[in-house]
Design a binder for this molecule. Structure first.
Ligand code: G16
Ligand code: MG
Length: 218
């Protein structure tokens, strides 16, 4: 039986990638180069400082450690400013209904995100109360694809990894779930999320019964 479900934040609960993209693109342009939407894809699920390193490599720019921290701080301030527009209606379609179903079935719910802003974002969506535990970028020492983020989440919820389902839109996140011995539901495309147990386009018209049957649990 499913004991717990762990959710990634960006790309699963809400589309914050569009705000990350605007803020990262401004940082790149300040340094004299552009960042394409395709390049932004590479940053999904990746921590802030690792994302910066990838962007600097794209632009062939080298910065001192101090300068990197300063630029990342400006980017984050801009990102948070953009996130202020976020309202409860911005939760991705079907997510709330799916969380309601899990609660009604006493399946425990946690968040596993690389973001250091996870709490703020959930607050903006008015969704904090769904999550019994939040494992975010402030708590982990190793980013996805390391399983740490999800193993901590499962432990917090007293769930066995094999009875825990992870919902992830990023390749690194799906890999993290599988490395932790969990069931992985990819949100996106099968061709991209190759190691997921099942892949769905999103939570619209997706029920707990669908989850169980697609995972072969009933
Ligand atoms: C998210 C995003 C990443 C972002 C990371 C860190 O991860 O997908 O693009 O770089 O958080 O975010 P912040 O700068 O807010 O700490 P996830 O794991 O929620 O998809
Ligand atoms: Mg994500």
């Amino acid at each position: 039986a499913i004991q717990a479900c762990l959710f990634d934040l960006d790309g699963v609960i809400v589309d914050t990638a569009k705000y990350h993209y605007i803020a990262w693109r401004e940082l790149a342009q300040d340094l004299g180069f552009d960042l394409t939407p395709e390049q932004n894809e590479l940053l999904k699920g990746i921590s802030r400082m690792e994302s910066l390193d990838i962007i600097l490599a794209i632009g062939h720019v080298t910065l001192s450690e101090e300068e990197k921290i300063a630029r990342a701080t400006i980017k984050n301030a801009r990102y948070l400013e953009l996130c202020q527009q976020m309202k409860p209606e911005d939760a991705l379609p079907g997510v709330r209904a799916f969380l309601d179903e899990l609660q009604a079935d006493a399946i425990r719910i946690g968040l596993g995100s690389a973001s250091k802003n996870a709490r703020l974002i959930l607050q903006g969506l008015d969704m904090l109360d769904y999550f019994e535990t939040i494992v975010d970028g402030n708590r982990i020492t190793k980013g996805k694809p390391d399983p740490e983020v999800f193993l901590l989440g499962a432990r917090d919820l007293n769930a066995e990894p094999a009875a825990t389902v992870v919902f992830e839109d990023a390749v690194a996140g799906v890999q993290a779930a599988k490395a932790g011995g969990m069931l992985a539901v990819g949100i996106g495309e099968r061709t991209v999320l190759t190691v997921a147990d099942i892949v769905i386009p999103g939570f619209e018209n997706f029920s707990l019964t669908d989850l169980r049957s697609q995972l072969g649990l009933i």
